[in-house]
Structure formats: C-alpha cells, structure tokens
Design a binder for this molecule. Structure first.
Ligand code: F3S
Length: 282
C-alpha cells in the first residue's frame, strides 16, 4: 500500500506565525488572551489554555482586561476591535495574516471611494466578519449561486468584489461570472490565498488516484471542511477526522493508495500519527 501525504498538509505560514507568537508570549511569562480560539484545533487551544491562555469570545469582554497581551489571530478582526484595544490601552500583538490584511486594505479603500463591497465567503466566519468590519456600510456577503443571482442592485453600482482567503477556487470563479454579467463597473480582487489554492489543488489530485482519502482538520475549520468536500468529489471513500481517535477505517477491499491531507490548522504531529497508524495497521 502506498501512502501519499500532501506536501501542503498542515499549518500554513499565517497560522504558524499566530501559534508561534502565542507560545512565544507565554514563554516570555506574559498572560495572553486570544479573541476566539487561536486556530480551529482543539488540541492546540487546550494546550495553550493549560499554559495560562484565555480565550475571549465576546469583544466587550476585552474591556475588562487590565493587564496581559491580546493576540489577534490570523483571521484578523474588524476595525472596531483595534479602536477598542487602543482606547482601553490594551497591549496587543497583531498576527493577522498578510493575505487577510491585504483584503482589509482593499475593502477599506473601496468603501472610502463609495463603492459597494461584495465579499464572497461564508457569512459568520470570523475572517469574513473581520473583512466586513473594514468594508463600510455598503457591504454584502455572498456564498451561493442563488444569492449571487438574487443580488439586486442597480446595474451602474460600482462594485468591489473580494473573496474569503479560504474560499473554493472554482466556486469563486462561478460566482464572479454571475456578477460580471450583471454589473458594468466591477473590480474583482482574487484574494483566495495561494496556500489554500495549492492545498485544494493538491488534495484533488491525490484524491483522484486514492482508494481511501483522509482529511484531518478541526470540526470548525472552514478550509478543512472545504478540503473534505473537494476530496469527497474525487474519492467516495473520504474520511474527515479531527485526531487519530476519530479514525475508523472500514476497508472492505484492500486499498492500494491512501491519501492524507490536512487543513491549515492541523499540527504536524497529528498528521504524522495518522500516517504511522495507517502504515502499521493496514
Ligand atoms: Fe493566511 Fe492563507 Fe493561512 S490567508 S492564514 S496563509 S490559509
């Protein structure tokens, strides 16, 4: 049996920077807070909590922080969070991924110019909420063909269209095509990050030849779930697991090729554990 592990599996550089920064701050003896979990991975979040990190779920709770350092995670945050941190003199380290920062600057410039901002992404995802927090009053989040088709503003509306960094590449193109048919003045910034694009392409390639495909990622990680969807299309026998404990491979016939990939928030040790388990048990 051959095991193919995607080269792009695991932490992307943005997530790595956020996680490394959190550990660095703790090792410097600081009390740290993260707005929401630093990554969508319970094992890492639990380890940080055990070392004294506190996850804050509500922006208003930031106001109660008297000392310590807030880590802004790679997803980024709306502008009002920076304002609140500054106003309350709260120490913070910003690990917003540069790809996300770029989107913030594109949409805030568009908003200043009076354009309508359309974010292709999953409403409610923290990265999308962060982007919306820079996009002014006239901003919309679209994730489906149906929403794009029903989107109804005058044809002359000036539109700036961006994407959530982890959005599915093909689906983005499909939605852009709908907008381009409907509006005269439309600027499209393709802001899907390379890390995502590469890992989606590589996952599809491996899944297309694998008998069994394993996708490792947090249950709440949008890029992991997308990898799962992509792999499932290519390989019916695709499993989505968070850790090795979730894996119950039921192989009715021997698999010749097992593919493994992992979302951007999956630590390397979990990928290795799964790989070793498959190698030694099948
Ligand atoms: Fe950044 Fe892309 Fe990762 S946007 S956080 S490098 S998935």
């Amino acid at each position: 049996m051959e095991i193919i592990v995607a080269k792009t599996a695991g932490f992307c550089f943005g997530v790595k920077k956020a996680v490394d920064t959190a550990y660095e701050q703790i090792n410097m003896g600081k009390k740290i807070y993260t707005l929401g979990p630093i990554i969508h991975n319970e094992t890492v979040v639990k380890d940080l909590e055990d070392k004294g990190a506190t996850v804050i779920e509500n922006i208003d709770d930031l106001k109660n922080i008297k000392s310590g350092t807030v880590i802004i995670r790679s997803h980024g945050v709306p502008k009002n969070v920076y304002d609140l941190l500054e106003e309350n003199h709260i120490d913070y380290v910003d690990t917003t991924c540069p790809f996300v920062k770029r989107i913030h600057s594109i949409v805030s410039k568009a908003a200043e110019e009076g354009k309508t901002v359309v974010i292709i992404g999953n409403a409610g995802h923290p990265e999308v909420e962060g982007i919306q927090g820079w996009a002014g009053e006239k901003s919309y989040v679209i994730e489906s063909v149906e929403q794009a088709e029903n989107f109804d503003l005058p044809k002359e509306t000036e539109i700036c269209l961006v994407s959530q960094t982890t959005f599915n590449h093909k689906k983005f193109e499909e939605l852009v095509a709908i907008f381009e048919k409907k509006y005269y003045y439309i600027n499209v910034a393709k802001t899907i990050c390379n890390a995502t694009e590469h890992s989606q392409k590589e996952a599809a390639e491996i899944a297309s030849k694998a008998d069994v495909m394993i996708v490792i990622g947090g249950a709440h990680s949008s890029n992991s779930r997308k990898l799962y969807e992509i792999c499932k299309k290519e390989c019916d026998n695709t499993y989505f697991i968070q850790t090795l404990d979730d894996l119950s491979l039921d192989l009715s016939k021997p698999a010749e090729i097992v593919g493994i990939t992992a979302g951007a928030s999956t630590p390397n040790n979990i990928i290795e554990e799964v790989q070793n388990y498959v190698r030694h048990n099948f």
